[in-house]
Design a protein around this ligand. Structure first.
Ligand SMILES: C[S@@+](CC[C@H](N)C(=O)[O-])C[C@H]1O[C@@H](n2cnc3c(N)ncnc32)[C@H](O)[C@@H]1O
Length: 462
């Protein structure tokens, strides 16, 4: 019987038997099994048995044959691989051929790889770029790669930008990544967020979690038009981008809303807020990371299909909305998440670990919370999840639309600093009340509540 162990024995001892086993006439599943289990090939391995398989009519077999040829690191196969990378009708086989050429790390491969930089398939180009980056200090290759800075494909452009980005000089005056301005720690400011943020320096905060006004669906906000509303949010999130530290997160909680019909002669209107804001966020430099769906119990949502249940006529169907989105974005950077984590000392990382049960999937079942004063508040559980997944202890977290201050409460509980802004004097009072009532808060007398004018004075006097 053909086993992995037997294949391993054969490849190290008897190429003759392997030659016979790998005849193109054999059934594809056996061929696939052998090719998949060849593993690392010995230096004296005779690759001739692989050549006929590169024209097999099964895509998978051709791909595996090409992959194994690449393991041989023998540049006498360059011409064959060059031909495959140009002629094969399967994009994955062509990509694999370039990958195999790259794996050889042979300078003889350079002209072939340069030729592939103008291939029409971005997957092939990326593979050629990866292979050429091994030689990126060679000025001729660097020049060829830099031409791709204007390539239409965003992934290719991104790789080139990252690889050839100027090394940033260390600036000792720039605050360290894990630090944040003291005057913003545990502060609630009553005023318009856009006016307040004018006094906040670039890269001051680590995380933003917010639920903006729901256009004109609630009592606390009036906008002349949906366009004006979206533009307002765009301006706020541009400021949030500016004050966010490199590579850190912004989690936006919104959902499509319904504006009720004016009369029976009109229909109600749906506004897909998360989808309309998304392009603005990408445009200003936020990178989309995830969409988390907050699922609420059916009983907590307004029934939308009571009449449909009676008449059952198509087109009039309307599902009851029991979800909201938590759209997760990261401030665009070439640095990996690992870089962000490395900005913290060992103790902080250990103490910030998310222990116990975690949310394994992108639907979170959380019951809504109702507040006696505010009509749309975050459940503490939702804030706790976001803070734990997306920040470290000692970070400064921000909510531009503070509402009743739930995010601040949660931040203090989880040993993060918070900064909230809230325009309504009524809700500003609610935050104060909320904070003073909370025993955890009263243990911490550091929270400051400032009116915009006082904040302005404090911020400019520093
Ligand atoms: C959906 S609520 C946020 C509720 C909050 N997440 C909570 O847990 O209570 C939106 C809030 O944004 C506030 N707001 C609206 N426009 C604002 C502005 N220009 N600056 C600051 N706050 C604003 C509203 O007064 C409202 O309290």
């Amino acid at each position: 019987m053909l086993t992995k162990e037997y294949i391993s024995k054969l490849k190290n001892s008897d190429n003759g038997v392997l030659n016979r086993l790998l005849t193109p006439q054999r059934d594809p599943s056996t061929l696939g099994f052998i090719l998949n289990n060849l593993g690392r090939l010995p230096s004296n391995f005779d690759g001739k048995c692989l050549i006929p398989l590169t024209i097999h009519n099964n895509d998978k077999i051709r791909l595996l044959a090409v992959k194994n040829i690449g393991k041989l690191s023998d540049d006498s196969y360059l011409t064959l691989l060059d031909r495959i990378s140009g002629d094969d009708n399967n994009t994955m086989v062509r990509r694999e051929a370039i990958s195999s050429i790259g794996r050889m790390r042979s300078s003889k491969a350079i002209p072939i790889l340069i030729k592939k930089l103008i291939d029409l398939d971005p997957k092939v180009v990326i593979q050629a770029v990866r292979a050429l980056l091994v030689f990126k200090n060679n000025s001729k290759i660097k020049k060829e790669l830099l031409k791709l800075k204007v390539h239409p494909n965003e992934l290719i452009k991104n790789v080139i930008e990252k690889e050839f980005a100027p090394v940033k000089k260390y600036d000792p005056s720039k605050p360290k990544h894990k630090e944040s301005p003291d005057f913003l720690k545990n502060i609630v400011v009553n005023g318009d967020v856009l006016s307040i943020l004018k006094y906040v320096e670039n890269e001051s905060i680590h995380l933003t979690f917010t639920s903006p006004p729901y256009y004109n669906a609630r009592d606390y906000s009036i906008y002349q038009s949906y366009k004006e509303y979206l533009e307002f949010l765009r301006d706020v999130f541009k400021e949030v981008f500016r004050i966010t530290k490199e590579g850190r997160f912004f989690i936006l909680n919104t959902s499509p809303i319904i504006i009720p019909r004016v009369s029976r002669q009109h229909s109600s209107k749906r506004y897909p807020i998360p989808f309309d804001i998304h392009p603005f966020l990408i445009e200003m430099g936020w990178e989309f990371i995830d969409d988390i769906v907050w699922v609420k119990p059916k009983a907590s949502a307004k029934d939308r299909n009571s009449s449909f249940r009676q008449h059952r006529k198509p087109l009039a169907y309307k599902p009851t909305a029991v979800t909201e989105y938590l759209m997760v974005y990261r401030k665009k950077t070439h640095k990996l998440i690992d870089w962000n984590i490395k900005q913290y000392d060992y103790k902080t990382v250990q103490e910030s670990k998310v222990l116990g049960e975690i949310d394994k999937i992108n639907t979170w079942n959380v019951d809504p919370t109702f507040d006696k004063i505010h009509t749309a508040v975050f459940p503490v559980e939702l804030c706790n999840k976001v803070i734990q997944y997306y920040s470290f202890k000692g970070d400064l977290v921000f909510d531009p639309f503070g509402g009743s201050g739930t995010f601040g409460k949660s931040a203090l509980n989880l040993e993060r600093f918070f900064f909230l802004t809230e325009i309504s004097p009524k809700y500003f009072q609610r935050i104060k009340e909320n904070i003073n009532q909370s025993s955890l808060f009263s243990n911490n007398n550091q929270t400051r509540f400032l009116y915009y004018e006082d904040f302005k004075v404090k911020a400019t006097r520093r």
